[in-house]
Design a protein around this ligand. Structure first.
Ligand code: BGC
Length: 348
């Protein structure tokens, strides 16, 4: 079968490989892949900056934002042929650590977790894959193709859980949220803010085009420019760019008692000049809290399913700006200014 593979840490190594059918030992449920979203992490892997092949293998199958259809599932599994499913990206470490032992692999304590398409487990950009029933989540058929947005949604349902748990360290009545970055993660984070009844401000660079339009259609306010210009003293700042300067600007912009959630994976080796004392002082005197958030466990997938069900499906559909057939994969990794989510079509 066809699969999009890469040699991790080797730029320009992406190719369509011919792979054997998935082994029965991979799991009792056989899934045919329909579509897989492309995200910044995939771009990094393709550039040779991130990613690990499965032990003993040279190549890694790419792709972690999946949507597939069940071909075969054992009776009693809760899944039947034709069900739409999304594969869970991260699997618990084998020890397991105390977090993975209770299904909180997103908070793995020893770093020995694995991730489909990213770290030591083949991804979903292949025609078929197998997994156990608990390694996938059923998607409402009403969502159809938009199920491919579930994985990025789980990243922000986890982030929102972190924000709310952090905010609730004291009596907390948040009103305003600033989201930095109008990519898929930023827009979905903004959507969850609107679903919570908050006043949402999204900051990005461009002054017109699809992204500002999507923000306004959501009922949020769009600001081209700096994070500090959006609203005074925001209760919540969600940083979705990972750009080091903007990470510190986000902390600076947060209001008294503010919660800053970092979701972007920053590049390393970037020096940032800042007044560390004044930043630290404001964090102490104003009880600010910065929380990093990565990945998602089953609870966040379930919250993601509910968030997408509540969302305006016509708005969600506009997030998928391009669909690229597998054989033209290189086009999927070229990011245009108005691209939000590019999806690779693996099956039909
Ligand atoms: C994925 C997460 C993953 C993270 C770090 C993100 O792009 O959506 O599931 O944990 O990368 O590898």
């Amino acid at each position: 079968m066809r699969a999009l593979t890469v040699i991790p840490e080797q730029a320009s190594s992406t190719e369509i490989s011919d792979l054997a059918e998935p082994a029965d030992s991979d799991g009792s449920v056989l899934v045919e892949t329909l579509a897989v979203g492309v995200c910044g992490t995939d771009m990094e892997i393709v550039r040779g900056d991130y990613g690990w092949a499965p032990p003993g293998h040279k190549r890694l199958v790419l792709g972690h934002e999946s949507l597939g259809r069940v071909v075969d599932a054992p009776s009693g599994s809760g899944l039947t042929r034709g069900d739409l499913v999304v594969g869970i990206v991260r699997r618990p470490d084998p020890v397991p650590c105390y977090s993975c032992a209770v299904g909180e692999w997103d908070a793995c304590r020893n770093g020995k977790y694995t991730e489909h398409g990213i770290k030591e487990l083949d991804g979903f950009m292949r025609e078929r894959w197998r997994g156990e029933p608990d390694a996938m989540v059923k998607v409402d058929p009403a969502l159809g193709d938009l199920g491919v947005l579930l994985e990025p949604t789980t990243v922000v349902t986890k982030a929102w859980e972190e924000i709310e748990r952090t905010g609730n360290r004291a009596t907390w009545k948040p009103k305003t949220v600033v989201v930095l970055g109008a990519g898929p993660i930023g827009l979905l984070a903004a959507m969850l803010g609107i679903e919570r009844g908050l006043e949402v401000h999204v900051v990005d660079q461009m002054s017109s085009g699809l992204k500002p339009d999507l923000v306004r259609e959501l009922g949020a306010q769009y600001h081209p420019g700096e994070v500090g210009d959006a609203v005074d003293q925001p209760d919540i700042v969600i940083e979705c760019t990972g750009v080091p300067e903007l990470v510190f600007a986000s902390i600076d912009a947060a209001g008294i008692g503010g919660v800053v959630c970092l979701t972007g994976v920053s590049p390393t080796g970037v020096q940032v000049a800042l007044d560390g004392g004044s930043l630290a002082r404001s964090m102490v005197l104003e009880n600010k809290c910065v929380v990093g958030s990565v990945n998602a466990n089953k609870r966040h997938y379930e919250a993601g399913v509910q968030a997408l069900a509540k969302a305006d499906h016509a708005w969600l559909a506009k997030l998928v700006t391009r669909k690229v057939p597998l054989e033209k994969f290189s086009e999927a990794f070229q990011h245009g200014p108005d691209d939000v989510k590019v999806v690779l079509e693996v099956g039909s």
